[in-house]
Design a binder for this molecule. Sequence first.
Ligand code: TXA
Ligand code: MG
Length: 320
Amino acid sequence: MAIISNCTASILKDAALALKEGHLVAFPTETVYGLGADATNEKAVSRIYEVKGRPKDHPLIVHISSMELLNKWASEIPDYAIKLARAFWPGPMTLVLKRTELVKDFITGGQDTVAIRVPSHTLANQLLKEFESLGGYGIAAPSANRFGKVSPTNAAAVEMELRKFLSNTDRILDGGASKVGVESTIIDCTSALPTILRPGDVTAEMIEEVLDIELDLGSVPSKEIKAPGIMASHYSPNAKVYLSGTPSPGDGFIALSDLPTPEGAIRLASPKDNEEYAQILYKSLRSADSMGLKNVFVVPPNNQGVGVAINDRLEKAANK
Ligand code: TXA
Ligand code: MG
């Protein structure tokens, strides 16, 4: 298993072929890096679960290159879902829809729905196109981290996280640092109105504006829906994360750049705004672990824009 940095067209063709043959390919997306497998190949998909150490009943997101393939995977597509797809795909949004015959239990953990996303990262999109030109229908890809851990936002983080578990026929494509930095917004589209299951860079306000509706943000997603990303504890580094209190000397510290570093604390990140906060959060949490820090004190951002998603992940990271 190697990191491939100069992803030329022929390397992407080769990676698509490897996927078709049942190997795993980790690839960049604009949100975080994904660990990809042919979404119709049960053996390949079961390797994703092994490599991640993820329980089998946690469903995966299927990635496709464009809306045109949506009908292959989803059977009942409400008008509002089409509007969302037109507005935000390709991009950091995942739609949960009723599944078609093509979708097997090994992708959905037995649920009758399927999660679909069209990523905007050029490499991801080209890989999907190559894969589809070989007769593939979609690439299943969870975030390329061990279960419950911090998602990787660059190729080196994927390697560090998974190298022990990948084989030499698998590969990691390097497409630079993920621009958004937190996972996609997941929207349940199986009812009369959409529900956000996981906040992301596509915000509630953006959805409300496109659909000209008001979302019920108070409604807690059904317990029936098995989504590790919406479990109370997830996205955890080895260090303990605190969202209040004062760091002692030697503790890690993450806050917006206008906040000074408390005496003796180790500054891990100073983002200038919420967008940059999202971009560098996971990398900073990883750096705490590579420095062997026991504690990280994080000053959460406000809830503007992607701030809602950052706060969602921070609460889960602190909830270890
Ligand atoms: O940004 C992202 O979404 C990244 C990149 C690689 O695309 N992927 C990602 O995948 O975050 P993962 O597996 O780490 O998280 C996917 C989430 C999980 O919480 C899963 O339970 C939920 O999507 N999910 C998948 N299928 C679902 C379904 N049918 N119903 C409800 N939730 C579902
Ligand atoms: Mg994940």
